[in-house]
Design a protein around this ligand. Structure first.
Ligand code: PDD
Length: 277
């Protein structure tokens, strides 16, 4: 397969990484996961905009102009003759240099982007998934899609060990998001989710959920909910580029409402289907 790098497309087998690489040694970089349906990008502008915002936030220069980025990402799918459902993973690091915490001088960024298959999780989206809750022990700048994912990895692993799909993260009981998705509570016909502050990743699908809600006349409140609100919730769901709109039917071993996906969740799934299709 062809991989996009900071200078050109190379064959994956030819891709080598230096021993001292700042992404590897410091997690000093940013990334994106972009959904592809039938060989076409979904929400590409939102992802590219967020990539440049994340890079700017860590004072990292993206090797391509935005215009170039769009062109090359398109070419990546063409070169690989990718026509299925998948994702493009793209990461940019501060480059390769002798290990020193301070930024290296005169060193260019390293970039790679590749495409892989990601089948839609249709069964799970139909039935809903189980979750656990975990303290959100991440740093204060979670709006940056940085490569430092150890707290997210640990939370997801704990969820996996409990046979759960995701970990719902909270700061002193206030729900922020999940380890790799945004989370929403439905109560009395309205959607509640943590505001897009620096404490959460501003999900590209989250932007669409707000629009779908507005179009359907469903009140969308950017207002954080708490762990105790989950007991009283009518519905709970999460979103991400790979999980789409996923109903949550169980939290910490207790069913959410009657334990089946709710009406507004279904409405959001239908709106997503139409938008992405
Ligand atoms: N995760 N919150 C976190 C912490 C995330 O890592 C993600 C995405 C989201 C949802 O963002 P979006 O709607 O733009 O996909 C929210 C990607 C899929 C990942 O790391 O694999």
């Amino acid at each position: 397969p062809y991989v996009l790098t900071e200078t050109e497309y190379v064959n994956q087998e030819e891709l080598t990484y230096p021993f001292e690489e700042r992404g590897l040694q410091f997690g000093d970089g940013v990334y994106e996961v972009i959904r592809v349906y039938h060989g076409e990008y979904y929400l590409i502008e939102e992802h590219v905009e967020r990539l440049y915002r994340s890079a700017a936030a860590i004072k990292l220069e993206v090797p391509y102009t935005k215009e170039d980025m769009y062109k090359r990402l398109d070419q990546l799918l063409q070169l690989n003759a990718f026509t299925g459902d998948g994702k493009v993973y793209l990461q940019i690091t501060r480059g390769s240099a002798p290990r020193d915490h301070a930024f290296p001088k005169g060193v260019g960024a390293n970039l790679y982007a590749y495409v892989s298959d990601v089948p839609r999780k249709l069964d799970l989206m139909e039935e809903g998934i189980s979750t656990i809750t975990e303290p959100d022990v991440r740093w204060d700048l979670c709006y940056i899609k940085s490569l430092n994912l150890l707290p997210n990895v640990m939370a997801k692993q704990t969820a996996t060990e409990h046979n759960c799909f995701e970990a719902i993260l909270h700061k002193d009981g206030k729900v922020t998001e999940c380890s790799s998705s945004n989370v929403y509570l439905v109560k009395d016909g309205a959607i509640y989710t943590h505001p897009a502050t620096k404490n959460i990743l501003h999900g590209c699908v989250r932007i669409r959920i707000e629009a779908f809600a507005n179009e359907a006349g469903v009140p969308f409140h950017e207002e954080a909910f708490h762990l105790e609100d989950i007991t009283e919730a009518d519905e709970l769901f999460l979103t991400s580029s790979t999980a789409e709109v996923m109903p949550i039917v169980n939290v910490d071993g207790k069913t959410v409402a009657n334990g089946t996906p709710g009406k507004i969740t279904r409405l959001m799934q239908q709106a997503y289907e139409k938008d992405a299709g």
